[in-house]
Unconditional design. Structure first.
Length: 90
């Protein structure tokens, strides 16, 4: 038997949740799926997040998060200084 990696687990879960979100209310033999509107939206969000994580798009390392944090703080500082210049100029 093959080993199930976390990547394939997230891929399978993403496909299942997106399928639930798309199909909605259905009856498959003895299984009845009726998620409702909020349940379908939640299943869509979880499914897309799982698929993105399986593809590696949401798999951030610590270094990437630090670079993102530094970049965001620099952008905020620049925005604040430009807003102050605009307010002082008028």
């Amino acid at each position: 038997m093959t080993d199930i990696t976390p990547n394939s687990t997230f891929l399978i879960a993403g496909i299942v949740f997106v399928t639930i979100a798309v199909i909605g209310q259905s009856k498959l033999g003895f299984i009845e799926i009726n998620p409702g509107c909020f349940g379908r939206l939640l299943a869509l969000f979880i499914g897309i997040s799982s698929l993105l994580y399986a593809l590696g798009l949401l798999n951030f390392s610590g270094e990437t998060l630090d670079l993102l944090r530094i970049s965001l703080t620099q952008q905020i500082k620049q925005s604040i200084s430009s807003i102050n210049e605009l307010l002082q100029g008028s």
